[in-house]
Design a protein around this ligand. Structure first.
Ligand SMILES: Nc1ncnc2c1ncn2[C@@H]1O[C@H](COP(=O)(O)OP(=O)(O)OP(=O)(O)O)[C@@H](O)[C@H]1O
Length: 529
């Protein structure tokens, strides 16, 4: 039995610090923190020191005069060159201000409630907000992820993050959302090295873009018509950062998915408008199929080299002829170039189809439907390289409606009716990465998501609105040449003959024969063969 005398209480010896040492330690700790903060914020410290010096030397005028001067210079700068003012002055200042006042204050709560905080060794670990950069419309937050997180973790809660910071739209990028500038001139080499450092791959970071002011709310007026269209950059839409989104049309097919009345017409007409200069010069020919009886395109008839809107037979013929042009070019260009370059003699042929499902799914004549499907399949799989392109609009992107959806390399999603349709148009995972095309508000006609080359994250844009008057004006100023429809006359032109190939020496096969025996065999009764 254990008695009270058997128990022994062992207490560790307590080490009591003198009070002056505790106070000294705290003071030193705070002093170190202040010094560290000053080192990290040299601009703020410099300004504060300058303000104190000016105030002690000159009193209030010493503060007010520099402030007024700085404001005047800033206003002048903004008036002369607003872009550079935002880039070098207002953007960094506003970003810094919003970092401290908006994002840092809500950071811990937002990260925890959006499920991005982790626990390690019984301690909470949060993603780290490194920097905020603002421009007229966006805040770009550079965030260091917690070890073990990936950008996909942020992309899954994109909408939650937007609303956590009181915004409607956000986008998460795994790489810097801006592209490195093109440097020219004396300092180009040096600046190129700096850019390389700035834009180096940093897998520990993720970029959260929050839309502060929705630049896509106002209707976008039509863009200027380039005299010679640049097929690699046709200006069609406004981006969230107020930049212009341009379509790379060369060697690609474009699919536009959007519910009824979502603004597919504005995408197609913005494209036609950007090509108008080339239509008149003969650099590009538009072959248009409008199965809605011409409701969308009949107004622009003079712009089109070929137009079919009433008979499905005529639409099938048009597609067959496009295949014939493609075949002729393949024969002519094989072995010479890999990608066709449009010229006036050999123009780019763009087959524009409004409501493609009318040809592939809803057409009741089975034979005609099969014929159309065959031609479309050929054009989509082989036409891009030889400059016979398809641009098609569609309301319902399901596989049953459009079997060759995957043959369109470039896709645009306008407002859609179901969440699943977003991935059908833009590709798997696009909705998770922020393409909320099924949640378009009613005002967002012509607003859509596009996927840029080389980046998996979708971008939100608004296409320019081309009114009926603009279309009439376009048709009057940029009609297709009179002989535009006769491109098939070229088909008869002689194709390049097969290049002569020198015959290669045949390798010896079979058992090796002695030279003397081979000479006998190679001669016929003593005469060489
Ligand atoms: N970019 C735009 N900006 C502002 N309004 C637009 C834009 N595009 C279209 N709209 C408006 O939205 C409405 C529907 O446009 P549109 O007819 O182009 O849609 P749609 O998707 O082609 O429709 P449908 O499927 O019936 O052909 C029109 O009233 C038009 O004025």
């Amino acid at each position: 039995m254990v008695t009270a005398g058997d128990l022994m209480v062992v207490r560790p010896k307590r080490f009591v610090l003198p009070m002056w040492l505790v106070v000294l330690g705290l003071v030193l700790r705070w002093a170190a923190r202040v010094c560290w903060w000053c080192l990290r914020h040299p601009v703020a410290v410099g300004l504060a020191v300058a303000a104190v010096v000016l105030y002690t030397e000159y009193g209030w005028p010493g503060l007010i005069v520099p402030l007024v001067l700085a404001s005047a210079v800033s206003a002048l700068w903004r008036w002369r060159d607003e872009a550079s003012w935002w880039r070098w002055c207002a953007g960094p200042l506003l970003g810094r201000f919003r970092q401290v006042v908006v994002y840092r204050r809500a950071w811990q709560e937002a990260m925890t409630l959006c499920g991005l905080a982790a626990t390690y060794d019984h301690l909470p670990v949060l993603p780290q907000l490194l920097r905020v950069r603002s421009d007229q419309a966006l805040d770009v937050l550079t965030v260091r992820m917690v070890r073990g997180q990936t950008p996909a973790d942020f992309q899954q809660v994109t909408a939650n993050l937007a609303y956590a910071f009181g915004r409607r739209h956000a986008r998460v990028y795994s790489e810097r959302p801006d592209t490195p500038p093109t440097r020219t001139g004396y300092w180009a080499l040096l600046l190129g090295w700096v850019d390389r450092l700035r834009f180096r791959d940093r897998p520990t970071l993720v970029y959260l873009v929050l839309v502060r002011t929705d630049a896509l709310r106002p209707v976008v007026p039509p863009f200027d018509i380039p005299a010679v269209p640049d097929f690699t950059a046709l200006p069609l839409a406004r981006r969230e950062d107020l930049g212009t989104w341009s379509l790379h049309l060369l060697a690609t097919h474009v699919l536009i998915g959007g519910a009824t009345r979502s603004g597919k017409g504005s995408v197609l007409w913005s494209l036609v408008r950007s090509l108008a200069g080339g239509i008149t010069s003969g650099l590009v020919r538009l072959w248009v199929i409008d199965p809605k009886g011409g409701m969308e395109f009949a107004m622009g008839r003079p712009l089109f080299a070929r137009f079919a809107c009433k008979s499905f037979e005529a639409m099938a013929d048009l597609l067959d002829e496009a295949v014939t042009v493609m075949r002729e070019r393949q024969t002519r260009l094989a072995g010479i170039v890999r990608v066709h370059t449009p010229t006036e003699a050999d123009p780019l042929v763009v087959v524009v189809i409004d409501e493609m499902a009318a040809l592939t799914a809803y057409l009741q004549d089975v034979d005609l439907r099969k014929r159309i499907a065959g031609s479309l399949g050929l054009l989509l799989s082989q036409g891009a390289g030889v400059g016979v392109l398809v641009v098609a609009a569609l309301q319902d992107p399901r596989k049953e409606v459009l079997p060759f959806r995957d043959l369109f390399p470039t896709r645009i999603a306008l407002g859609l009716t179901e969440a699943a349709q977003v991935d059908l148009v833009l590709g798997d995972g696009a909705r998770n990465r922020g393409a909320l095309a099924d949640q378009m508000p009613r005002w967002a006609k012509g607003v859509g998501y596009v996927i840029l080359d080389g980046t998996p994250e979708p971008m939100r844009v608004r296409f320019s609105y081309v009114s009926d008057d603009d279309i009439r004006d376009l048709a009057q100023r940029y009609p297709a040449p009179a002989d535009a429809a006769d491109i098939l006359a070229q088909v008869g032109r002689e194709s390049t003959p097969e290049p002569a190939r020198p015959s290669l020496p045949r390798p010896r096969r079979g058992p090796l024969l002695p030279d003397a025996l081979r000479t006998i065999l190679d001669t016929d009764q003593g005469e060489p063969r």
